[in-house]
Each structure stands twice: as structure tokens, then as C-alpha cells.
Design a protein around this ligand. Structure first.
Ligand SMILES: Cc1cc2nc3c(=O)[nH]c(=O)nc-3n(C[C@H](O)[C@H](O)[C@H](O)COP(=O)(O)OP(=O)(O)OC[C@H]3O[C@@H](n4cnc5c(N)ncnc54)[C@H](O)[C@@H]3O)c2cc1C
Length: 461
């Protein structure tokens, strides 16, 4: 391979592939732990699905009334709040945020910590050495406007969400459900120019009670008794919407962006479900944009307050809920979730439910099938072990985020942003320590010390 030269130093303690939800936090945590860190990101900003796929708000992850993800997540929320890009609703939910503000906050936190970022850059292929039963990544080939370059690090963190680096290093993985079918993708968007006071009043009068005009949340899914279903039926019959536009529709307010609503839809058509297939991903973008035109027309015609609405943002990234999941030293299962499994090497607590947006039909909250499991107690939670982010067969690689080692069902619960933050924070500190003291061997990290460190930073582990 002919690799271009650069005058920039080519060696780091920790390289983070993918500066998304888990990766940006991992980079910040590793830099604060004293490592020389480079975050490599395909887009031009940090935050990944939470910012460039416009996934807002953070889903609540609460047990006994307390947020389970603290540490850097708390700092993120405090900084968002301070600049008007975060908000706490009257019910105490502090998860509302503006994705554009999140990009600024994450970048500031990384740079303040001394981390570096390389935007508009794709990871291509790792160079490996074969150890006895264990492979080590020595360098990583990247591609950007400078051509191909190889960068070296002692430890690598794969936070691409799709396990791009891990799988190219030969880590085995699973993808999709028992039939290889993935969760639905969505192309999120906003409409601006909304009279939110009128929309709020309409929703209150039509069975979707609201906390206030700045904290709107409304939804419609066929057959789930949404009071908006008759409007959708009328719009389908009137040729404004297609039947599948009602498979999932959900809108949220955004702090710092008055008059704008963020939509957790449209769902991409069912045959386009693999976010690692570039042709499907591309087709998802065009399919989503067509649906956004239909949904915007629906809002204008059917939702009071939206008559003058226009498209505000179309997310630059298609939202991929699930793609590849690595095989790690431990694989989290549905039984672990229902049984509230505890692990000696825990790095995160979760009580967010199993939440499968199935292309086979509807949204499924699978845990509803067993209402007697320990999971259903108000103070319940399960843990995510460090081993779930340690891929088998590799010396110096960690994989936090939605590609962590889990079954299809378990992934649907742990994938939410705050868990990705917590996994990323643990991965960043562990990577920094492994680079400093352990020749990169992530399995040798003292997890008791890691837990103590996370707790000292507010973490609940
Ligand atoms: C439509 C949708 C709705 C959701 N709703 C919610 C919600 O309401 N609340 C909630 O908390 N969670 C929600 N989730 C889940 C959550 O947002 C994601 O699971 C989580 O953000 C994933 O984080 P991650 O760090 O694993 O990946 P990402 O945040 O996607 O980060 C991956 C990063 O790696 C970069 N990257 C990828 N490949 C490469 C490469 N080869 N080279 C360089 N860079 C690369 C990407 O650009 C990206 O920045 C939703 C997800 C989707 C898709």
C-alpha cells in the first residue's frame, strides 16, 4: 500500500475510531486520564448519532427515580443547560438537548482535555501483528483529503457504532435478529416555523397531554391507540401520506430552538435495513427524504400550529439503530436484563427497556412479555460488564457503544445514548491506563480501580 506522508506526528497513546456518542466521550475521558488521544471522525463534528443523525432527546435511564448514567453525562447536561442547548422539564427530566449545541460542547470538552480530532476522515484498515492466540493492532490506515496514511497508537477504541475497525481486524460479530434482519433505520428531520402554543393546545385537547409548549412530545403508531391515528388515516386516504408513514411517528421539542420540532421518523422502508451496506444506506437517504416531504405536508395540513412549517434540518447521517455487534469476552443477553444481572466488572447500569423497532412490524417493547421478572421493580437495573466491550482475540482494542457484545434483544436496551456515554467513559479511562502502564493490554486493566475512578467522577457502578 502506498501511504502518503504527513508532517503531523503519527503516533498516539490512544486512537478512537469514530467520534460519536461513545467515541467523543471515550476521547475526552482518555485525554483527561493523561493519554495523548486522537479521535478520527468521518463527519465534520462530534456526537455521531446524537448529533449528526439528530437523535434527541436522550432516552431516560432511571431506577428508583435516579438517573443511572452520571459522570461525564452529568457534565455534558450541565454544559448544555448553561449555553441554552439543554433543558429540564417540569417533571425533572433533564434529557432534552439541541444536537447542534451538543457538537460544540463535545468538541470543547475534547480540546480542553488536550485531545485531538481529525474530521472528514474514514478508517480503512488496521495493520496487525499475530500473537499467540491474540492479535494486536499496530497502526490504522485512514483515508481523507491527504490520501491514505497509517497512524500508530498503543490502544485503539472502535466507536464507529458498526464495529468497522474490530471486524476489519478479524473480530467475529453478529448482526441482526435470528434471521439476520436489523432494526429499522430512520432519517430524522425537523420542521421549523411552528406555532408551538397552538400545537400544544391542540395536542392537549386531543388526548396527548403535554407538560408545556417547550416540552412537546407526541406520537402515532398504527394500532397503538394514538389519538392522532384518525388524522393519519385521513391523510393516507387523501394521498398525502403512504400507509407506511404511520408505522412510526414521534415528535419532540428542542431546547434553544423555539418553534421547531424534531421527528423520530420517517422509518426507512423495510427492505433497506442494513446500515453497513453502502447501497442500502444511500437508498435510505433518498427514501427518507421523500418521506420527509410527505410528513411535512401532513404536518402543514393536519396539525394546528404547523400551517407555515418548513423543513428545518434533514439529518446528515441516516439513523442506524443496530448493525454489527462484536463477540466480546461476555455477551449480554435478554435474560441478564430481565434478571437484573450483576457483574463484578460492571461499568454501567441500565434500566432502559428492550426496545426493538422491527422492520417486521411495529415497535416492540419485548420485556412486556414477562411482567414478573425482577426487571419490573421500580428500583431495578442490570449491569453491563467491562468484558462486553473487550473483543475476543484482540490485545489492545475496546468497543464501547451500540456495537458492544450483546444479543439482538439486549442491544436494543443498552444502545441508548447515555449508556453509550458510560461505556465510552469507562473505555477511555481503561485505554489510557492500558497505554500508560500495560503495554496496551486492555484485559489487564484493574477493573476495581476503574470502578473506583468512575465513582469518584460521579459514576454509578
Ligand atoms: C433513529 C434513532 C432513534 C433513536 N432514538 C434514541 C433516543 O431518542 N434517545 C437515545 O438516547 N437514544 C436513541 N437512539 C439510540 C442511540 O442514539 C444510538 O444507539 C447511539 O447514539 C449510538 O452511539 P455509538 O457511539 O455506538 O455510535 P454513533 O453515535 O453512531 O457514533 C459512531 C461514530 O463513528 C463515525 N464513524 C462510523 N464509521 C466510521 C469510519 N469507518 N471511519 C470514521 N468514522 C466513522 C460516525 O460518523 C459516528 O460519528 C436512537 C437511534 C436511532 C438510530
Amino acid at each position: 500500500m502506498n501511504l502518503a506522508c504527513s508532517t503531523h506526528p503519527q503516533t498516539w497513546d490512544v486512537i478512537v475510531a469514530g467520534g460519536g456518542t461513545a467515541g467523543a466521550i471515550a476521547g475526552i475521558a482518555a485525554a483527561r486520564a493523561g493519554a495523548r488521544v486522537l479521535v478520527i471522525e468521518a463527519q465534520g463534528s462530534l456526537g455521531g448519532t446524537g448529533t449528526n443523525a439528530w437523535v434527541t432527546p436522550l432516552m431516560r435511564n432511571v431506577s428508583a427515580g435516579e438517573n443511572l448514567n452520571r459522570g461525564l453525562t452529568d457534565e455534558l447536561k450541565a454544559r448544555l443547560l448553561a449555553r441554552g442547548d439543554g433543558a429540564v422539564d417540569p417533571g425533572g427530566n433533564d434529557n432534552w438537548f439541541n444536537p447542534e449545541g451538543m457538537k460544540f460542547v463535545l468538541e470543547q470538552m475534547l480540546l480542553e482535555a488536550g485531545g485531538e480530532v481529525l474530521y472528514h476522515t474514514h478508517i480503512v484498515q488496521p495493520f496487525l501483528t499475530d500473537g499467540e492466540n491474540s492479535r494486536r493492532i499496530t497502526s490504522l490506515v485512514i483515508h481523507n483529503k491527504g490520501g491514505l496514511q497509517a497512524l500508530e497508537a498503543t490502544v485503539f477504541i472502535d466507536a464507529t457504532g458498526d464495529a468497522d475497525l474490530a471486524t476489519r481486524a478479524g473480530v467475529p460479530f453478529h448482526a441482526g435478529d435470528e434471521d439476520g434482519v436489523h432494526q429499522a433505520m430512520s432519517l430524522r428531520f425537523t420542521v421549523a416555523g411552528v406555532d408551538t402554543a397552538r400545537l400544544c393546545a391542540f395536542l392537549n385537547e386531543n388526548g396527548q397531554g403535554q407538560t408545556g409548549e417547550n416540552f412537546l412530545h407526541f406520537w402515532m403508531v398504527w394500532g397503538k391507540n394514538s389519538t392522532l391515528e384518525p388524522l393519519f388515516r385521513g391523510a393516507v386516504e387523501g394521498g398525502v401520506l403512504l400507509e407506511r408513514d404511520g408505522d412510526y411517528f414521534q415528535g419532540f421539542s428542542i431546547p434553544g430552538r423555539p418553534g421547531e420540532i424534531s421527528f423520530n421518523c420517517p422509518r426507512i422502508r423495510a427492505e433497506l435495513h442494513d446500515g453497513t451496506d453502502p447501497w442500502q444506506l444511500s437508498a435510505a437517504q433518498t427514501d427518507g427524504r421523500e418521506a420527509i416531504d410527505r410528513l411535512t405536508a401532513f404536518c402543514r395540513a393536519y396539525l394546528p400550529g404547523c400551517e407555515a412549517a418548513f423543513i428545518g434540518v434533514v439529518a446528515p447521517m441516516v439513523g442506524v439503530r443496530e448493525s454489527r455487534r462484536i463477540v466480546g469476552e461476555y455477551t449480554l443477553t435478554l435474560a441478564d436484563i430481565l434478571d437484573c444481572a450483576r457483574f463484578p466488572d460492571t461499568i454501567c447500569r441500565n434500566h432502559y427497556p428492550v426496545d426493538i423497532h422491527s422492520v417486521k412490524g411495529g415497535a416492540k417493547l419485548l420485556h412486556e412479555r414477562d411482567g414478573t421478572a425482577p426487571y419490573f421493580a421500580k428500583d431495578a437495573y442490570h449491569e453491563i460488564p467491562y468484558r462486553a466491550i473487550v473483543p475476543i482475540g484482540m490485545v489492545n482494542l475496546l468497543v464501547p457503544g451500540r456495537a458492544a457484545s450483546s444479543t439482538f434483544e439486549a442491544q436494543s436496551a443498552i444502545r441508548v445514548q447515555q449508556n453509550c456515554h458510560s461505556m465510552g467513559e469507562a473505555a477511555g479511562i481503561a485505554a489510557a491506563w492500558a497505554a500508560r502502564d500495560l503495554g496496551g493490554r486492555v484485559r489487564d486493566v484493574n477493573v476495581d480501580a476503574l470502578q473506583t475512578d468512575l465513582r469518584s467522577r460521579g459514576g454509578r457502578v
